[in-house]
Design a protein around this ligand. Structure first.
Ligand code: ASN
Ligand code: ZN
Length: 327
C-alpha cells in the first residue's frame, strides 16, 4: 500500500519547504505522487545509474546529504507547478509524465545538467563538495532544457544555441518569481545562490549581460560563434527589457540598470506578458534553426496572436528587439 504524503524539508537554498512524498512499508521516499511520480535519487558520488531513492523514517527531511535532495525535489515540484498553472503544460513533455532528479553526482562537480536521453536532471556538489548546484533557478533552468527539447528543439550551437540557453535562463528566473518563496526573492541574476565564484556574484546578469565579462548585451554578426552561455546574452537582455524596461529599476530589493544599443527608452510590459510571449513563441513559432532574426519574427507572431498586431505589446516587442540590435 502506497500513500501520497506531504512532508517538509530544510533545503540548502530555499529555506523550509513543503515536499510531496510517498509512504510505503512505514517509510517515506522522495517520490512526488502529485506530479507524475517525480523521484529524487542520491548518486552518492557516482556518475551513472540512479543510486538510491531518498528514503527516510519520518516525513521531515534535510541535513547532511538529504539537503541537496530537498532542493532538487522542491525545484522539480515548483517547476512542474509553474508550467502547469501558468501555461497549462502538464510535465516537461506535456504528457503528465515525470522526469527524475539525481543529486551528489561525482566529486567536486561544479555543474548541473539536463539529459534528454534519461529524461532526468543531475546536480553536482560544487567546489569541495560543499555547494550543491541545486538552487531553484538552476533546477528550473535545467528542466527547461527538457521543455525546449520537447518543443522548438533549438539546436545547441550557434545562435539557436544561445536562444536555447536564454530560454532556460528566462524560465529559470520566471519559476523563481513564481515560487514567491521569502527565502528566494525573485531576481534577474542567474545562479546567484550557488556562488560558483565564491565572491557572491551570479553566473549571469539579465539586465546587462556583459557584467559577467563575457556575455554580449546586443546582437552582432558572428555572435553565433561564441559559447551558447554567452550568446544567450542578447535574448536574456531582451527578456529583461521587455519585462522591466530600460534604465534603473529596483525589484524585490535588487537593483538593475539596463542599457539599450540605440539609447532608446523602454517602459517594459511586465514579466507575466513577457513570459507568455516567449513561451508561445517557443512552443509555436520557433524551430530547431531559429536564429536571432527569426526569434524577432517568432515573438512578434506570438504577440500578435496573444494581444493583436496593433497592441502596445506588439510595439514593445518590436522596439525591444531593435534596442538589442535585432532589426
Ligand atoms: N548547466 C549547463 C547548462 O545547463 C550544462 C551545460 O553546459 N549544458 O547549460
Ligand atoms: Zn543551460
Amino acid at each position: 500500500h502506497e500513500a501520497i504524503e506531504t512532508g517538509t524539508g530544510t533545503s540548502t537554498y530555499s529555506g523550509k519547504v513543503p515536499l510531496d512524498t510517498t509512504k510505503a512499508g512505514g517509510k517515506y521516499t522522495l517520490n512526488d505522487g502529485k506530479r507524475g511520480g517525480h523521484k529524487t535519487y542520491d548518486l552518492g558520488g557516482g556518475s551513472s545509474g540512479t543510486g538510491s531513492l531518498f528514503t527516510n523514517s519520518t516525513d521531515t527531511w534535510g541535513g547532511g546529504r538529504q539537503s541537496a535532495g530537498v532542493d532538487a525535489h522542491y525545484g522539480a515540484a515548483v517547476t512542474w507547478d509553474f508550467y502547469k498553472n501558468v501555461f497549462g503544460r502538464s510535465g516537461i513533455r506535456g504528457d503528465g509524465k515525470a522526469a527524475y532528479s539525481r543529486v551528489h553526482y561525482g566529486n567536486g562537480y561544479v555543474n548541473a545538467f539536463w539529459d534528454d536521453s534519461c529524461f532526468c536532471m543531475t546536480y553536482g556538489d560544487g567546489q569541495g563538495n560543499s555547494h550543491p548546484l541545486t538552487s531553484l533557478d538552476v533546477a528550473a533552468h535545467e528542466m527547461t532544457h527538457g521543455v525546449t527539447a520537447a518543443t522548438a528543439r533549438l539546436v545547441y550551437s550557434g545562435e539557436s544555441g544561445g536562444l536555447n540557453e536564454a530560454t532556460s535562463d528566462i524560465f529559470g528566473k520566471a519559476v523563481e518569481f513564481y515560487a514567491n518563496n521569502p527565502a528566494v526573492p525573485g531576481n534577474y541574476f542567474v545562479g546567484k545562490q550557488i556562488d560558483i565564484f565564491g565572491n557572491g556574484k551570479p553566473l549571469r546578469y539579465m539586465d546587462k549581460p556583459s557584467k559577467d565579462g563575457r556575455s554580449k548585451d546586443y546582437w552582432s554578426s558572428g555572435i553565433g560563434g561564441i559559447d551558447v552561455h554567452y550568446s544567450s546574452g542578447p535574448a536574456n537582455h531582451f527578456f529583461y527589457l521587455l519585462s522591466e524596461g530600460s534604465g534603473k529599476k529596483t525589484v524585490n530589493g535588487f537593483s538593475y540598470d539596463s542599457p539599450t544599443a540605440d539609447g532608446s527608452k523602454l517602459a517594459g510590459i511586465g514579466r507575466d506578458k513577457a513570459e507568455r510571449i516567449w513561451f508561445k513563441a517557443l512552443t509555436t513559432y520557433f524551430t530547431s534553426t531559429t536564429n536571432y532574426r527569426a526569434a524577432r519574427t517568432g515573438t512578434l507572431q506570438a504577440t500578435a496572436s496573444l494581444y493583436g498586431n496593433n497592441s502596445k505589446e506588439y510595439k514593445a516587442v518590436a522596439a525591444t528587439w531593435t534596442a538589442i540590435n535585432v532589426k
